[in-house]
Ligand binder design. Structure first.
Ligand code: ZN
Length: 267
């Protein structure tokens, strides 16, 4: 588990940063804290990890690829209430998106593009209370704390042309419909990515609308930056102790990676 404030979270963050430093042109961390709104008022430390490729690109624009790397401290959707206070392992919910982006980092290093790419691994995505987005309550902790912090504190000049968020893309039974906020606020990017998926036969990408998902793309969409969310939210192990690697498959990760690579290298 990569629970903010825990030792394994420190170790994983250190590992991600050092791994990306060997591949990207610049890596930095945005550190911040967040005080939980209800329960204990506990203060969580957060680290957004930003890895940039091509700092002065020939084609003068940047594209954002992002995922969250933290895991939820509570398996509060587990069928067994005894596990509700146990952490999730987050093989799919957290690790899958990061895994795809780490391989993207290898490819971006070995095959440089003519435009800039920023890989951002957001922290503190998954501490939220259910319903916090919908009610915008002052007593509920929201999701996507790290992504919100990033865009609120990023230089005003940071305006990627568009971004792609990958979250929960490891399900062995992968089906990615067109997430609804993405479709409504960045439909042109959704169409382009799905066109690539069709071209390469990535059949996990369904040409149908999915539900609205509150995720790390929303803080960007609210500020007029087009970030789409590739997510398969139909995952029976979501926020349970069963979100483990045996529920995921390398072929699913490959398919999502293939779409990203084909899309970016034809852009
Ligand atoms: Zn989650």
């Amino acid at each position: 588990p990569r629970i903010p404030g825990g030792e394994s979270h420190v170790q994983c963050g250190d590992w991600l940063t050092s791994h990306l430093r060997k591949r990207a042109d610049k890596v930095w961390e945005q550190q911040f804290t967040y005080q939980e709104k209800k329960q204990s008022g506990k203060i969580y430390p957060g680290r957004n990890i930003i890895a940039s490729f091509n700092l002065n690109p020939k084609r003068n624009f940047r594209i954002l690829l992002c995922a969250h790397w933290d895991t939820r401290p509570w398996a509060d959707k587990d069928a067994n209430p005894e596990f509700h206070s146990q952490p999730i392992l987050g093989a799919n919910d957290g690790a899958s998106g990061v895994a795809v982006l780490l391989e993207m980092a290898n490819i971006l290093q070995s095959h440089p593009l003519e435009f800039g790419v920023d890989i951002i691994l957001f922290d503190l995505e998954d501490l939220g209370d259910y319903g916090a987005e919908e009610s915008s309550s002052d007593t509920l902790t929201p999701f996507s704390i790290g992504a919100t912090y990033f865009i609120e504190n990023a230089p005003k000049t940071y305006r990627p042309t568009f971004g792609v968020l990958v979250d929960m893309v490891g399900d062995a039974n992968l089906n990615i419909p067109q997430e609804r906020f993405s479709y409504e606020y960045a439909g042109d990017i959704v169409e382009k990515v799905w066109r690539t998926a069709r071209e390469i036969g990535a059949n996990a990408f369904l040409s149908q609308l999915g539900p609205y998902i509150s995720d790390d793309h929303l803080p960007f969409l609210k500020r007029g930056i087009k970030v789409i969310d590739l997510i398969d939210f139909d995952y029976p192990y979501w926020h349970t102790t069963h979100d483990t690697p045996d529920k995921c498959s390398p072929e699913s990760l490959q398919q999502v990676g293939d779409v990203l690579v084909n899309f970016l290298y034809q852009y």
